[in-house]
Design a protein around this ligand. Sequence first.
Ligand SMILES: Cc1cc2nc3c(=O)[nH]c(=O)nc-3n(C[C@H](O)[C@H](O)[C@H](O)COP(=O)(O)OP(=O)(O)OC[C@H]3O[C@@H](n4cnc5c(N)ncnc54)[C@H](O)[C@@H]3O)c2cc1C
Length: 494
Amino acid sequence: MNTEQSESDLIIVGCGIAGLSAAVSALQGGLSVTLIERAPEADFGGNTRWTEAYCRMKNEREISDDFEEHFAANAGWHVDPNVLAVVSDPYGDWPAYVRAHPFPDPEVISTFAASVPETIAWLNGFGLRFEPQPIYLLTQNTTRIAAKGGGLALIERLMQEAKGLGATVLFETTAVDLLRDEEGRVAGVLTVAPDGRRRRRPSGATVLASGGYQGDQEMMTRYIGPKARHIRPVARGGYYNKGEGLRMALAAGAAPAGEYGSYHAEPVDPRSRQAEAVVFVWPYGILVNKRGRRFVDEASATVDAIYDNVTRSIADQPDGIAWVIFDAQVEDIPRWRTSIRSDQPAYEAETLVALAEQLELPAAELEPTVAAFNAACPPADGEFTPFVLDGRGTTGIEPVKSNWSRPIVKAPFRAYPIISANCFTFGGLKVNPDAQVLDRDGRVIPGLYAAGETVGIYHQVYTGSTSVLRGAVFGRLAGLHAAMTPQERRDAAE
Ligand SMILES: Cc1cc2nc3c(=O)[nH]c(=O)nc-3n(C[C@H](O)[C@H](O)[C@H](O)COP(=O)(O)OP(=O)(O)OC[C@H]3O[C@@H](n4cnc5c(N)ncnc54)[C@H](O)[C@@H]3O)c2cc1C
């Protein structure tokens, strides 16, 4: 047994939505809490500080109709039917390899989905509100509401609540390892203080809410490959998430979950210093790489459904960059400018050759690319309906463009450069429905919880607008579970 004096009942690594939700729910349950945060106080909150916090919901009480379905459809590549056959059995009967499987298991996802309304109601209790808000996506295939005041309002209010309930918050302090007792129970963390000194911080239990590894080039390269050199965090908060939480848990025997080789991608103007300087106008033009060639169907479905894949494919292009080329007909699209958040102007020219010169693209390639695309567009018939998939697909070219194909002919011709920015990485830890971290044999690692990006649930295409919810829900589940008495845990298990 650990004989060190605990400095608090619960240590939480990270002060984003996940860490703060864990903290406040644990404090409400009567635990003493220490929050460890690597950023200075003025910049705490990682990714959550920068998000508008869209949530895949119809309203504050109902999740979107496709919430669980989207997770099931993106459960991983070629999921073994033997695994799927087992998951309809009671959880207690699942074999170890299924409990520890990296896929988003239905027990975890159904708990996630079921817990969203009560978690939002809990946040409402602090005066936080969620409502429909304008978005940069001109076409959507699901329902979304967003936090009033964005993620910043969430973390500021929860931080105020945590401090009011007596939490100790250590800024500019980085957790670098887990403490374990002889029986393997996680018994706290090892931290590095602003002066570089290491300190053991024993605690009754630990929550890892330290995000993913988007801020760590070594892990990005290890898991995502050499193209990681072209991929940067979509906002400054991502630089704080360097993967220590994942590394220390994996070293302690935790099961990995989520797709380690992937990330949620956003199409961003590389010239801009702004957070989330997105450019989402490309379904109405074409995307070309630096060789002046198309490489992807720019409009296979609504933009919210495809931008993850399309944007990741940009990272695979030479130098990890593409340009959207469009023309003056864009003015037919109401609110088209809202799809662009870059503060940098479009490149603009009266001819394609002049545009190519500005972009430093080979005009001898760009011109034939556009000519071939134009020739493949269907004849214009009827009204152009930019917000409804119109089936106006190209014929005879590869790759096809499936919707909204109109010849690019009307000057001025315009372009924006786009890179594949990293919103967050998909690789995380496997947890059970109480946010307890599981080991590689599907057993609970005593004393260890994970929440938010540190929990791995995404594969293939991100189930959009669920990551803030993942933080709030699993953070709260961790805090609630950590605050339960042994008797309450036994009762809950029955
Ligand atoms: C611009 C932008 C827009 C987004 N839009 C949406 C959206 O609309 N809807 C949605 O659902 N999601 C969105 N996301 C994603 C979502 O915001 C995040 O995935 C989510 O907020 C992550 O919450 P978290 O608490 O897990 O991590 P974070 O908020 O990133 O917090 C992690 C914290 O851990 C700290 N930390 C990291 N390592 C250590 C360590 N070793 N020791 C101590 N502290 C450490 C960091 O400093 C940080 O404060 C967006 C993200 C960005 C950047």
